[in-house]
Ligand binder design. Structure first.
Ligand code: ADP
Ligand code: SF4
Length: 685
């Protein structure tokens, strides 16, 4: 181990329990909830196997009055929920890690659409968070004394169940917009009884909850508090620097651990484009001076050096991570073994976050095995051995081809990559030059790093293969990973694309990346759902161009709501003075202007341009694959199979290409592609 990382491997006491190191997987929802307990246990267990000292559940509801459906929350409502947690605890304990559970009552934040119980709040104030689509249209009820007693009792009951399940750390969740946090927050707590008014009164509820949980735990488990600090740090206090300081002066010693976070998930977990590693430091750094209890915080820690710095600077005791543990469950073990070059560094794409928002188990661009540990039996570091001495030709060295080559070579196969360009990397070489996108290069860096350590991968650059070349080369198996291209197309009124021919001054993103000559007045017609339109607008504005965007959607990059990027993209376009016209389609392109139609009002208008960039749909480069598949003599040339993967099969995000490459590599020599996909069913007794 590099000795500068030694500090990360020191054990730390958390009340009655001890974490073996400072690698702390903070509570993060992983999309499995209680409906997929085996998926959840296998995913958390792999992180424990990879060396994380503490592994937590995601948010775990303590009562049906905190029902977050359709989002995939965990629950511990009755004793019947205990076995689902026990299997996770067992998977974590098997690797000598501590297991934590994040007990949660969402209060006014949970819509209770399924349980149909009335939501609770300190004073009946209805929150208006950015995630409006999951909110209730009903106001919450004002809690009376009996409701408060019940809430404390539910925490006690859930603590007892958590102890039965074997958890070592049990949380009270006083963060985001959830119920204990709303009691602390003067905008939501307007009570005039002993639970409202002064901070001392507003903190009474969490004080009572923590005390009751500690009494219940009887030293058999640590009691942790997760709290949002950003707003409390802004609230003025008569007695201290801020209400956050005052609160810590009051109850800093009460729990066994403090876990610090922000009050909005989209701000705390921004895409890497909009944040720097360690970005939470301003909200975390006040705490350690005010408590002797261990402090954990997050902040997109991808590099071990930044982790070490936060410990050495006395900001944190534990390095909190969700994404770093998703991208590389084996990060701690790799550091311990001095293998930091083997770490799969998170790229900050937030595909993982999009899965929670979409209610499905977490998936990751960098780590294609994430969420597949139980269902397919995939492991991020262990690969099943080859079943033959077959030689495999991979045509195309983008994310799909490189992932296939990496995994196949680890399985023991002999691989040849042929790449048309002078450089491996495919689309990443283009996209990573766009503002804030350099971290995407890590997709390629990791895979090249692995391939370069292997003597089983040969690479031929500047090598565009045609059908006859492939036949002549006579490999056992051929994989086309030849990518896709942006298409010149427009949308009809049903918003389906139709091709248009080449026109002067009308280009695609591919043309921009190839260095096409463009003028100063640029119009982008963006009907892609994801990041490309906004990124190109920003990129070209930075070069002094005057850019505006037309989109048929109510927002630019509408899918990026899923990846927590939507608001940041809108802000960035606003800051750069990029004019956006929404809910409009281009009906005609004429010399120097377009005719657009507003989809709401049917109004037509003209917009001038010097260069029009169409960011529309992508079409696969599948010509080579199709030619090979229509060839009768494959067998005569010794070719046993031809497969098409990644964008040349179905254009998607980088996560899809990586998954496609991994799926091929893991399953091409058996039929597990189809048959090994297991589902979790609830048994009826
Ligand atoms: P994906 O995301 O599916 O990996 P990319 O577009 O990123 O797709 O990468 C595809 C790669 O395939 C590009 O680097 C491209 O240059 C290469 N390529 C395309 N056609 C050929 C070919 N006939 N021979 C060799 N390489 C090719
Ligand atoms: Fe990081 Fe993207 Fe993986 Fe999430 S999906 S852990 S942001 S690489």
């Amino acid at each position: 181990m590099n000795k500068r990382y030694k500090i990360l491997f020191e054990p730390v006491d958390i009340g009655p329990v001890t974490a073996k190191n400072r690698f702390y997987q903070v509570p993060h929802a992983m999309g499995a909830g209680n409906d997929m307990p085996q998926t959840r246990a296998a995913q958390r267990g792999i992180k424990a196997e990879g060396g994380w000292g503490v592994i937590n559940t995601g948010y775990c509801s303590i009562h049906p009055s905190s029902d977050d459906r359709p989002l995939p929350f965990a629950r511990i409502w009755t004793d019947e929920d205990i076995p689902a947690h026990e299997i996770m605890v067992k998977a974590v304990h098997e690797h000598d890690a501590l297991a934590g559970i994040e007990l949660f009552h969402g209060g006014a934040y949970t819509p209770n659409r399924h349980s149909r119980l009335t939501s609770f709040s300190p004073s009946g104030v209805q929150p208006r968070p950015p995630e409006l689509d999951t909110m209730s249209i009903a106001s919450p009820k004002v809690m009376d004394n009996q409701d408060i007693k019940n809430l404390i009792q539910w925490h006690i009951d859930a603590t007892k169940r958590s102890l039965k399940a074997g958890f070592d750390i049990i949380y009270c969740y006083a963060g985001m917009g959830f119920l204990p946090y709303h009691f602390l927050h003067p905008d939501f707590n307007k009570r005039t009884d002993g639970y409202g008014g002064s901070l001392e009164n507003r903190a009474r509820l969490i004080t009572e909850i923590i005390s009751a949980m500690k009494e219940t735990a009887e030293g058999k488990a640590a009691i942790a508090v997760r709290i949002s600090t950003d707003e409390l740090l802004k609230f003025k206090s008569e007695h201290a620097e801020s209400e956050a300081h005052e609160l810590f002066e009051m109850i800093g010693e009460l729990p066994d651990l403090w876990d610090l976070k922000l009050s909005q998930w989209t701000k705390e977990c921004p895409a890497g484009r909009f944040a720097e590693s360690g970005h939470m430091r301003p909200y975390n750094s006040f705490a350690k001076a005010l408590t002797t209890k261990p402090v954990v915080g997050v902040g997109w820690f991808t590099s071990p050096d930044i982790m070490v710095k936060q410990i050495n600077d006395g900001v944190l005791d534990f390095v909190g991570a969700a994404r770093a543990s998703i991208a590389d469950p084996f990060l701690p073990n790799k550091l311990k073994e001095g293998r930091e070059d083997d770490i799969r560094e998170c790229i900050g794409c937030n595909i993982c976050a999009s899965c929670y928002n979409g209610g499905i188990p977490v998936r990751c661009t960098q780590n294609p095995t994430m969420g597949e540990e139980w269902r397919r039996g995939w492991h991020p570091e262990k690969h099943k051995a080859k079943t033959s001495d077959s030689r495999i030709l991979i045509i195309g060295g983008g994310p799909a081809g490189l992932e296939a080559a990496t995994t196949l070579s680890k399985r023991g196969y002999q691989i040849t990559i042929a790449e048309k360009k002078e450089q491996l990397g495919g689309r990443i070489n283009n996209e990573s030059i766009l503002p804030g996108m350099s971290s995407y290069q890590r997709v390629i860096d990791y895979r090249l790093g692995q391939i370069n350590q292997s003597d089983r991968v040969e690479t031929f650059l500047s090598n565009e293969l045609k059908k006859q070349d492939v036949l002549d080369l006579g490999f056992d198996h051929v994989v086309t990973a030849t990518g896709s291209k942006w298409n010149l197309s427009l949308l009809n009124e049903k918003l389906t694309p139709f091709n248009i021919g080449k026109m002067s001054n009308v280009v695609t993103p591919d043309d921009i990346f190839k260095g096409a000559e463009i003028q100063d007045e640029i119009l982008i017609y963006d009907f892609d759902f994801y990041y490309m339109g906004g990124l190109l607008a920003e990129y070209l504005t930075n070069q002094g161009k005057n850019v505006s965007i037309i989109s048929p959607f109510p927002n630019i990059s509408p899918w990026s709501f899923m990846s927590n990027e939507l608001n940041e993209i809108a802000l960035r376009l606003h800051e750069k003075n990029i004019e956006t016209s929404k809910e409009e389609i281009i009906q005609n392109i004429e010399t120097g202007h377009v005719i657009t139609k507003n989809l709401v009002s049917d109004e037509m208008r003209e917009t001038n341009f010097e260069t029009l960039i169409i960011v529309g749909n992508r079409i696969p480069h599948r010509e080579l694959y199709d030619e090979l598949m229509s060839e009768d003599t494959l067998g005569d040339h010794g070719i046993k199979s031809v497969n098409n993967i990644g964008d040349s099969n179905a254009p998607g995000a980088v996560v899809h290409a990586i998954y496609s490459g991994h799926l091929y590599a893991n399953t091409f020599d058996d039929d597990s592609h189809v048959n090994d996909l297991k589902f979790e069913y609830t048994s009826i007794q």
